[in-house]
Design a protein around this ligand. Structure first.
Ligand SMILES: Cc1cc2nc3c(=O)[nH]c(=O)nc-3n(C[C@H](O)[C@H](O)[C@H](O)COP(=O)(O)O)c2cc1C
Length: 343
C-alpha cells in the first residue's frame, strides 16, 4: 500500500487466497485522461508487488512471484505465493525499512552531487530486477528529454480534461487517505528550470524557491515492452526508489512526456535500441518532506482463505537456523509524526 502511484490513486487490490496473494489492477482508480492505457497504473501495481515480495522475504517468508497479465484475466497482474522460509538478507531488510520513509519530494534539492558510488548502486538495483537505469546528465539525450517535458507540461496546462482530473485528485487535506495533499506540494520555482516539475503539484501560496537548474534525471527502462513489462518496470522503479531512500537520497517523478500523445512517441524513439522507457526520476539530496496517507488495508484486501501460518513462520528455524527474527514492520517507524499510518 505504501507504493507510489500517480496522484496517489492507489490503483491496486489484493486477494489473499491461502498461500497465494493476487495483485489486481483496480480500474476504477485509473487516471483516464493522463493514463488511458493504464500504463502508469500497472507501474504502480508493480511497485506494490515489489514491496510485498520484499516485505515477505525480509520477514523470513520465501515468496515466489509470477508476473502476468493472463489474457483471460487481464487485470490480474501478479501472483505471489508463500514459498517456504528464508533467512532474511540484511540488504533486503534495509530496503524493506525504507518502504516507510520513501516519499516523493517536490522541493528543491541541494547542490551536493549524487556520488558515483550512489549511481552505481541505483543502476545495480535496476539491473537486479531485470531493468535498466540511465542517468541523462552524461547523455546527449538530456536536452531532448527536457524539451519534451516542457512541451508536455505546456500542453497539459491548457488541457481542460487533464486539469479537471488533476484537480479531483490533488489539493487534498493532509489526512486524506488518497490523492495528493497540498502539504506534499512543492514551492514554485524562482526561475523556470530546464525540466519543469508539474505545476499542478506546486503551492503558489508558499514562497517560491530556487530549484536546481539542471536536475539530475534518470530514466527507468525495461528491455521489452507490453503489459508485463509495465509491471516489471514497477518492480525496477520501486527497488531504485528504496535504494535511493536507504542511501539518504530524495526522489521525485517527471511524468508529463509519457502522458501526452505528441511527446510519448518521440520520447520512446529517443531510447530506441536501449529499451522501453517507463518513467523519469529526479534524484538528489533534499530534506525529508511530508508523507502522504493511504487507504486502510481492509479497503484494498479481500481474504478468500487465510494463509495457514505459512510454513511455520519466520522464527520456526525451518531455514533460518532457529534464529528468532524481528519482523520489519510499520511499527518501527511509528515515531515519525509526519507519517499517517493505516491498517
Ligand atoms: C507512475 C507514476 C508517475 C508519477 N508522476 C508524478 C509526476 O509527474 N509528478 C509528481 O510530482 N509526482 C508524480 N508521481 C508521484 C505520486 O504523486 C506519489 O507517488 C503519490 O502522490 C504518493 O506519494 P508518495 O510517493 O510520497 O508516497 C508519480 C508516481 C508514479 C507511480
Amino acid at each position: 500500500m505504501r507504493a507510489p502511484s500517480p496522484h496517489n490513486t492507489q490503483p491496486w487490490r489484493f486477494v489473499v487466497d491461502g498461500p497465494r496473494i493476487e495483485v489486481w489492477l483496480d480500474r476504477s482508480r485509473v487516471l483516464t485522461v493522463a493514463d488511458p492505457a493504464r500504463r502508469e497504473a500497472r507501474l504502480s501495481c508493480g511497485a506494490a508487488v515489489y514491496n510485498l515480495v520484499l516485505m515477505l522475504r525480509s520477514n523470513g517468508y520465501g515468496a515466489a512471484l509470477r508476473i502476468l497479465p493472463d489474457p483471460a484475466e487481464y487485470d490480474l497482474l501478479a501472483v505471489v505465493r508463500f514459498d517456504g522460509n528464508v533467512h532474511p538478507a540484511p540488504a533486503d531488510r534495509r530496503l524493506a525499512e525504507a518502504i516507510f520513509r520513501r516519499h516523493t519530494n517536490r522541493r528543491p534539492f541541494s547542490t551536493q552531487p549524487v556520488s558515483t558510488v550512489a549511481r552505481v548502486r541505483l543502476r545495480s538495483a535496476a539491473l537486479a530486477e531485470g531493468g535498466l537505469l540511465e542517468f541523462l546528465d552524461t547523455s546527449s539525450r538530456y536536452a531532448k528529454v527536457a524539451a519534451l517535458v516542457r512541451r508536455a507540461e505546456a500542453e497539459q496546462a491548457t488541457d481542460a480534461a487533464f486539469q479537471a482530473e488533476s484537480a479531483r485528485w490533488t489539493g487534498r487535506e493532509p489526512e486524506s487517505s488518497d490523492g495528493v495533499p497540498t502539504v506534499a506540494f512543492g514551492p514554485q520555482p524562482d526561475l523556470p528550470g530546464a525540466l519543469p516539475l508539474r505545476a499542478s503539484h506546486q503551492n503558489p501560496t508558499i514562497p517560491s524557491r530556487s530549484f536546481e537548474q539542471d536536475a539530475l534525471v534518470a530514466v527507468v527502462l525495461t528491455p521489452d515492452h507490453g503489459t508485463a513489462a509495465d509491471v516489471r518496470a514497477g518492480l525496477v522503479l520501486q527497488r531504485v526508489l528504496l535504494t535511493a531512500t536507504a542511501d539518504g537520497l530524495a526522489t521525485s517523478f517527471v511524468s508529463q512526456p509519457f502522458e501526452t500523445k505528441a511527446t510519448r512517441g518521440p520520447l520512446l524513439e529517443l531510447f530506441r535500441g536501449i529499451g522501453q522507457p517507463h518513467t523519469l526520476l529526479r534524484i538528489g539530496h533534499g530534506l525529508p518532506t511530508r508523507m502522504t496517507a493511504r487507504r486502510p488495508a481492509t479497503d484494498v484486501t479481500t481474504v478468500s482463505a487465510t494463509p495457514d501460518a505459512p510454513m511455520g513462520g519466520p522464527s520456526s528455524g525451518v531455514s533460518g537456523g532457529g534464529h528468532s527474527t524481528e519482523h520489519v514492520s510499520e511499527r518501527h517507524h511509528a515515531d515519525q509524526d509526519s507519517v499517517v499510518h493505516h491498517g
